[in-house]
Design a binder for this molecule. Structure first.
Ligand code: UDP
Length: 448
């Protein structure tokens, strides 16, 4: 039986989709990845999958998303329906030769898939690539915009949102102090819509997000399969990276003491001001802790790479720090030398970090990250939030707290407790392990 997976072409979306493909392949399914021209995954890393291209008419260039994210999202949703319809129709015609088409699983950002599968009467599931806390927040956020389309005063931003505590208005995906264009609200409605899908697959863990997952399951009234963290259920060697990984950092980490290095990364999309780069670098130096820092080309607005670091910084830190462009992050986070993670709090990074029992310093930048950061700091209590504007003193203090200070002991313990829950969930008999088997059983019954 064949499952067709349709990711949205960004790193944080492609990774969980490819990981899901790997899990389902291990359960005996043939996997087809239907991807856009923009940011295609590397087929040679996945010799067992079939790849089909959906021409998106967006033009080439890795940075088109950074220039205008909405035009990429809308462009893909307008232009890829017809190509996907052709691909799926051909599969249906050739089922005897190529295997029965069981299901299409797609990312909520490629919501065009729903009308295609409905028309062709193909069963479908949605892969929720971020935490259930975000979906819950988004639903309430949309409702607030609909009920009260006027902006709230800025003074209310620190107030808690009822039904969403401990989230404050300022943590919402789109806070209500500025008017949000209707087209953005409509996009958000598409993201929360279940369409004709028969259920949701989650990169989440029942033992961590169980209460919100149950609440949402009642509201959506479809089966939920929480089979996270995905990276723990796929071979560690599975590479899903769109950028070249600098593996030299592992040799450097090998030379460090256990839990002595802070890992710093802002993920694949965030951008920082040049002044933020200076504050982070000063905070790192002042903390006197060792660090591995990913500065992705393009991270700093208006600069190519690390030109805006304070003069003499590299010499000053000497052997204490290593700056690289992109790393094999899962390998880094599971390395014995890593003691904590300063992160933008993208959901993949958070799951990868929780899976290693690391406390976090949170510098959320956009989308779901403010919601997730609030949960890390106020619900799971394993993180410290860095408020805007970034300043070197609070960065230094946070680093010392998560890495060495007595004050951070509870956070380090809480993080290890979460890791134990996660390990139990992916081991035989655990909740994610069982959910994956349930998902495979459901797919086997789904043929058209
Ligand atoms: N990542 C990586 N190398 C790096 C930095 C990030 O492989 O140097 C990966 C990371 O492991 C994660 C993904 O990129 O799986 C980023 O996704 P996430 O949801 O954390 O954040 P986003 O990039 O979407 O903001």
């Amino acid at each position: 039986m064949r499952v067709v997976l349709v990711p949205f072409p960004l790193q944080g979306h492609i990774t969980p989709m490819l990981q899901l493909g790997s899990m389902l392949h291990s359960k005996g399914f043939s996997i087809t990845i239907a991807h856009t021209d923009h940011n295609p995954p590397n087929p040679s890393n996945h010799p067992n999958f079939t790849f089909v291209n959906l021409p998106d008419q967006l033009g080439r260039g890795a940075d088109i998303y950074f220039q205008n994210p909405l035009s990429v999202i809308f462009g893909i949703n307008s232009n890829c329906g017809e190509p996907l319809r052709n691909v799926l129709s051909e599969m249906i015609e050739n089922q005897e030769r190529d295997g029965i088409l069981a299901c299409v699983i797609y990312d909520p950002l490629v919501y065009f898939v729903d009308s295609v599968v409905k028309e062709l009467q193909i069963p479908s599931l949605i892969l929720r690539i971020t935490g259930s806390v975000y979906l819950k927040a988004l639903r309430v956020n949309i409702q607030l915009h609909e009920e009260n389309p006027y902006v709230i005063p800025e003074s209310m931003l620190l107030e808690k949102v009822s039904n969403l505590e401990p989230l404050r208005f300022k943590d919402l995906p789109s806070p209500l102090h500025v008017k949000v264009p209707e087209v953005v609200i409509q996009l958000q409605r598409n993201l929360i819509d279940k369409g004709s899908s028969l259920g949701f697959v989650w990169n989440s863990v029942d033992d961590i997000e169980g209460s919100i997952l149950s609440e949402l399951k009642q509201q959506y009234n479809v089966p939920f399969f929480s089979i996270g963290p995905f990276h723990k259920l796929v071979p560690p060697s599975l590479s899903t990276s769109l950028m070249e990984e600098d593996k030299s950092c592992i040799e450097w980490l090998d030379k460090q003491s256990p839990k002595s290095v802070l890992y710093v990364s802002f993920g694949s999309l965030a951008t920082l001001e040049s002044r933020d780069l200076v504050e982070v670098s000063r905070g790192l130096a002042q903390s006197e802790q060792h660090f591995l820092w990913v500065i992705r080309p393009g991270l700093i607005k208006g600069s190519k790479w690390i030109e805006d670091l304070p003069e003499g910084f590299i010499e000053e830190i000497g052997q204490k720090g290593l700056i690289v462009k992109w790393v094999p992050q899962r390998e880094v986070l599971s390395h014995f030398a890593i003691g904590a993670f300063l992160s933008q709090c993208g959901w993949n990074s958070v799951m990868e970090s929780l899976g290693e029992g690391l406390p976090m310093i949170c510098k959320p930048c956009h989308a779901d990250q403010k919601v997730i950061a609030r949960y890390l700091t106020h619900v799971w209590k394993i993180g410290i939030l860095l408020d805007d504007p970034l300043d070197r003193e609070s960065i230094e203090k946070s680093i010392r707290k998560v890495m060495i200070d007595e004050e951070g002991k509870d956070m380090r313990e809480n993080a290890m407790n979460l890791k134990q829950k996660i390990d139990a969930s992916v081991n035989e008999g655990g909740s994610s392990y069982k959910s994956l088997n349930d998902l495979a059983d459901s797919l086997r019954q789904m043929e058209m």
